[in-house]
Design a protein around this ligand. Structure first.
Ligand SMILES: Nc1ncnc2c1ncn2[C@@H]1O[C@H](COP(=O)(O)OP(=O)(O)OP(=O)(O)O)[C@@H](O)[C@H]1O
Ligand SMILES: [Mg+2]
Length: 239
């Protein structure tokens, strides 16, 4: 059965600041959902909530009807909810393969199955040949790919990518996006993609959710979002 990850009316307050207010989204297995919004709109905070790194002040996180609002990141990862980070966090002195295996082994405790999952993920992102290289010696773009391989090795049902193309040049970014577009077919998971490059988002995401100032500005199929006057005015303006 295909699963759906949802938030219902999620609110996050940090002391005086409301980072998210009443945000409801859904992500289906097999789709790519674009999450848009200007800096500080609450995109990373929403991913933090969905992946258990931030507890919301209000609202719920569910997979189908199962309430996971208070679940820890490792529990959510076991349930197939996995995210990457906006800035790469690799173990510099470990090899590429070890970096990808670390989270897998935390789940499968060194099994052959885990090794195979890590190998598959490295092949998928095109880094199988670099497996024995020390992670600290990788160029930036490949470092980011290791971050994605690491998440894929957990064979997620829902994968959240927080600005995976940040810091890449246009060619590298375009290659990465092609790779991301193939994830649902290859892994059967839903992908939530945070990405600022509008042509990229429009090319790869069938559905978009737009945040502004912690609130939902618009949500729907890409054609609808493209024509939405609020989105055009506040976010797409000039693009
Ligand atoms: N741990 C925290 N403590 C206090 N405020 C925070 C915390 N995390 C985020 N914020 C604030 O919440 C708001 C939303 O931040 P968030 O990082 O979710 O935005 P974003 O949409 O991911 O932005 P960007 O495009 O810059 O990555 C911002 O005003 C930010 O300063
Ligand atoms: Mg962010």
């Amino acid at each position: 059965m295909s699963a759906r990850l949802t938030t219902q009316s999620v609110t996050v307050r940090f002391h005086g600041l409301t980072a998210l207010e009443d945000v409801s989204i859904s992500l289906d297995q097999g789709e790519i959902l674009g999450l848009l919004g200007p800096n500080g709109a609450g995109k990373t905070t929403l991913v933090n909530v969905l992946s258990g790194f931030t507890r919301p002040s209000g609202g719920t996180v569910k997979v189908n009807e199962i309430d996971l609002t208070r679940a820890r990141p490792d529990v959510l990862a076991r349930r197939g909810i996995v995210r990457t980070f906006q800035s790469v966090r690799l173990f510099q002195r470990m090899t590429v393969r070890e970096n990808v295996q670390v989270p897998v082994f935390a789940h499968h405790a060194g099994s052959v199955e885990g090794e195979q999952a890590a190998q598959r993920a490295l092949e998928f992102v095109g880094l199988a040949e670099e497996s024995d290289r020390i992670a600290g010696s990788l160029p930036y773009t490949q470092e980011r790919l290791v971050g994605i391989a690491r998440a894929l090795a957990l064979e997620p049902k829902f994968l959240m990518l927080d600005e995976p193309a940040a810091g890449m040049n246009d060619v590298e970014g375009a290659q990465l996006v092609e790779l991301i577009a193939r994830i649902p077919a290859q892994y059967g998971c839903g992908v939530l993609l945070i990405e600022h490059n509008m042509p990229v988002v429009m090319a790869v995401c069938e559905r978009l959710h737009v945040l502004r100032g912690g609130r939902t500005l618009a949500s729907g199929p890409r054609e609808e979002i493209r024509r939405n006057p609020d989105v055009i005015e506040s976010y797409l303006g000039g693009h």
